[in-house]
Design a protein around this ligand. Sequence first.
Ligand code: AMP
Length: 691
Amino acid sequence: MAAFVGIDLGTTNSVVARRNAYGRPEVVPNRDGANVTPSVIYFGSDPPAIGEEAKEWARLGDAEIASFFKPHMGSPLYQLEFRGKTYSAADLSALVLKRLKEDAEAAMREVVDRAVITVPAYFGDAQRKATIAAGEAAGLRVMRIINEPTAAALAYGLNRAADVEETVLVYDLGGGTFDVTVARITPGDVAVLATAGDHDLGGKNWDDRIATFLAEKFAEETGFDPLDDPVALNEVLVRSEQAKWTLSERTSARVTLQLGAERKTFEIGRDEFEAMTAPLMDRTRRLTEEALAEAGLDWRRLDGVLLVGGSTRMPMVRSYVAKMAGKPPRTGVNVDEVVALGAAIQAATEAGESIGDARPTFTLGSAPPPRKVVDVMSHSLGVVAVAADGRSYVNDVVIRRNVPIPADGVRTYMHATHGGANTRLEVYLTQGESASPLDCTVLGKYAFDGIAATDAEVAVDVGLSYDADGVVQVRATQRDSGHRLAMTVEPVPDDLSWLAGPPRAAEDSAPGRTRVMLLIDGSSSMMGEPMAEARDAAREFLGRCDFTRMEVGLISFATDVALQCGLTSNVRRLSAAIHRLEAEGSTNLADALEMARGSLVADDARRYVVLLTDGFPDAAEAAVEQAQAAQAQGIEVVAIGMGAADSEYLARLASGEAASIFVHGGELVRAFGHIARVISEGGRSMRILDR
Ligand code: AMP
């Protein structure tokens, strides 16, 4: 039977753990007998060297080194080339994982074919998918992805009495990342209440501070700035990290730099080090407070703080935690190994061989029962939508951060197909908290096709879900038919700057305005009630227009055609013109259309004629010709009929099936309102339903 392991695939170091014969998790040493394998690859040898040997080459300043690639998992921009081959961060991680698997197999003397792999809690969808892909490329079935701090809490919980309930904070400061998690450990489960983090904050930043300090001093004394020279810089960075380690043990460190012919020795005090890195500690403090606030807790309510990651060996971290929590952090766990141990526990649970299940009778004490892991995601997931007022694009959060996963959320959006002209809905998936889409990460673009063509707007249910690994799925269903729409995943366009602007129709790429000429039938049949209703409808129309980017004009047509109001954004003038509308004589639609064409000259604006008639016009064919000429000019013609109007004739005037409507008495106002809204929205593909 093949075996499974838990893997902490770290930015700087990786660790493998397994469930031992006593049902307890333990670290599996690598081929060098070490518990920790540096996540470093050296491509100067064939095959590439991985781990401690590669790190040795890196120390010597060799260029054929890949390290620190984990933060770039899933990024299409991160591509390294070695010996004519290109590697993504996932390819590099796969090499490390393959090495870990081989070493574990040698140590365990069995085939390892499955693993739980941990990731930082802040890892988003692309990074999680890339981690799974890397595991599979290394020949491992990825049983589950769990968050590193959650794994730590799981391992930690194992050492506690089976019946205690505790709320703990996991403060995880590694080489390149910081994660802070608040978790509730009960006998039955480990439930993560909140998490926050920064993927660009870790021990490396502390090294950089020392390096900058040393480089400045060196430049001052010798005139040579090591920051200008890659080999010298590497040397300074290596010495800086060593000085940092020393400062974890002692109150001062001596650093000797031999760069070229110059040799200088410097002294750094711990106080000095802590002062220069105070801004970095502040960043961890802010994120910690953010996580506590999300969990609705404060420091005093915590039962304990668990430190994870090599950088928590720095005394400043310990004193900060002790000061805030009012008690020292929990000890007794190895900060480098605890995550892998947690992963091994989870792997056993996934395999149905829960830790503690196979408790041999000769063990003393009791292994606690398996705990279910209830994890959360540190990012909210949403989609780009048009705000309810139609004026901007917004990030509409569908699944809030810090809700337990797996999680699912559905939102309904209205989609205008314009009678079949636009049966595709484009969903931009976002990750982030901001209402502004450009402040979020756009994770993907999903196109849904096959929305049934109708005149009205169609309600589409867009569903997002996180699975237990935190991987995202997207789906869409047409609400009325229950029809699941076909999905195509498309590349996210490089240029998303349009998200900052006002929404526009997809077909209207020029930054234009919208012009609408209203043509109202003033023939004698409209006298009385119909004309009153037409006036109300026209007012309703105005009420729905966005006059920041629209101009509307009014033409009445009876025996004579009159321009009651030229194109304007002035609502008062338009209202006055509507008030003046009267009914008398016949129906000269053809001339009215010609007049409208003359006003709606070709420019970058979207142009519409919206006409209302209650019967056949005088020169019916001439009117159709004018309507067609208007369309040829790029003007969209919307024809609304009432009373004795003929719907087949209306269809011949209108630009498309959806653009001709026959309304019965009492519906006119609503119909005009609807048309104004569609025009005003600029045929944009999606908007938020009033909720
Ligand atoms: P990790 O990613 O958890 O393996 O953490 C690696 C980071 O921990 C690196 O930045 C190391 O320099 C840092 N680190 C390891 N040991 C110490 C120590 N004794 N004092 C300070 N930082 C350390």
